[in-house]
Each structure stands twice: as structure tokens, then as C-alpha cells.
Ligand binder design. Sequence first.
Ligand SMILES: N[C@@H](CCC(=O)N[C@@H](CS)C(=O)NCC(=O)O)C(=O)O
Length: 213
Amino acid sequence: MARTLYYAPGACSLAAHIVLEESGLPFEGVELNLAAGDQRAPEYLAINERGRVPALVEDGWVLTECAAIMRHVARSVPEKGLWPTDLRRQAVADEWLGWLAVNHHVAYAHVRRPERYTADEEAYPEIRGKGADTYGDLCTMTEVRLSQGGWALGEQYSVVDPYLLLFWVWGRGTALKFDMAGRFPAWTAHARRMAERPAVRTVLAREGLPLPG
Ligand SMILES: N[C@@H](CCC(=O)N[C@@H](CS)C(=O)NCC(=O)O)C(=O)O
């Protein structure tokens, strides 16, 4: 099967990229430059009319939305255990994916893309500031959830963990510059454990991102 992942370095596609690498499925990665507007090029809009990454294409079939791609890839390789089999564990995995997608991602969008939330450029600093505060609050809640160590679902590594790494990377990044190790030590320990995984190291290197330190 021909399988292609459209991604941008350091974007939310990072999580799907890691899950695909963990899956062991063969795929081609196509890198988009969001700053240059590749996502709005007609060739890409023909794949994802929303003009966003990630997009996964399997033999011409297109799937978008990070969480959906991660679930689909994980379920395609049940032997890897990236998606739990136990019903309640599945529910908790869905709980994590939904919570992260509608809270962390949206708070971060206020920081990076204030133009989505107001037409008034003078309001950008306030929207960015409030988005950063909200992101910090969400990080604190994440820290509490991860304070018992292990992976998001306990002993079982799953698709939730790469998604968590994405939001840790964004917290560390230039837009937020959070002291992740100082403020969120349990989450940072999780990020460091992630960095021991060969698939994670491969993808971080491919996307030009430093390892969690
Ligand atoms: N709900 C989508 C959001 C996708 C999204 O917003 N992707 C961003 C990168 S993190 C993007 O492509 N931005 C390009 C733009 O806004 O022009 C998902 O979870 O996949």
C-alpha cells in the first residue's frame, strides 16, 4: 500500500509522525513549510481542503485530524499495542486524546494564531497572553495526571504518549518558553522517557527538533 504523511516540522503532525514511525508501517513523509504557505498551495488543498497538517494518504484515501490518524495507524497494527484492547483503557485513551485536542491545541493556537480569534491586531498581545496562561494551567493539570510516573495509560505505552510529547515540545518552544523541567518535572520525565525510544529519536531528528533535555 502507498502511504504518505504530510507533516510540518514541530507542528501537531509530530505526534502522528511518531505513531507512524512506531507502527513500523512503510510510509513516505512529505514535509510542508507552513511559514512559506505550502499548506495553501493548490496541490495540497486538493489533498486537504482545510489547508492544515497532518494529512495521511493511503492509496488515495485521505484522513486528516491528528487524533484520528493516530488511532487509525495504531489500530492498523494491533500487535504493536499502541491502541489498548481493554474497553475502559480505550475510553481513557479517547479521554486523553479529546482533552488534549480541544484544550492544549486550542490554547496554543491563541498564542501562535491570534488572528483566528480577533480582527483587531491591537488585541493580539492580550489573546496571546491569555492563551499562554491557559496553556500553563493545562500543563499543571497534565502534570498532576502524570505524577504517578509511567505512561499516560499506566504501564502500557500508547498513542497518547506521542501526543503528550507534542504539547511538552510546544511548552518548551520559542512561543511559550516554559521552564518545563522546573515547572512540570513529571511530564519532563515522561518526555525524557519518550526520547529513549528509537522511533521518537528518529522522528525528532527528521523534524530537526532537539531531544528533551
Ligand atoms: N484539528 C487539527 C488541527 C490541525 C492544525 O491546526 N494544524 C496546524 C499545525 S499544528 C496547521 O496546519 N496550521 C497551518 C495554518 O494554520 O495555516 C488536528 O488536530 O489535526
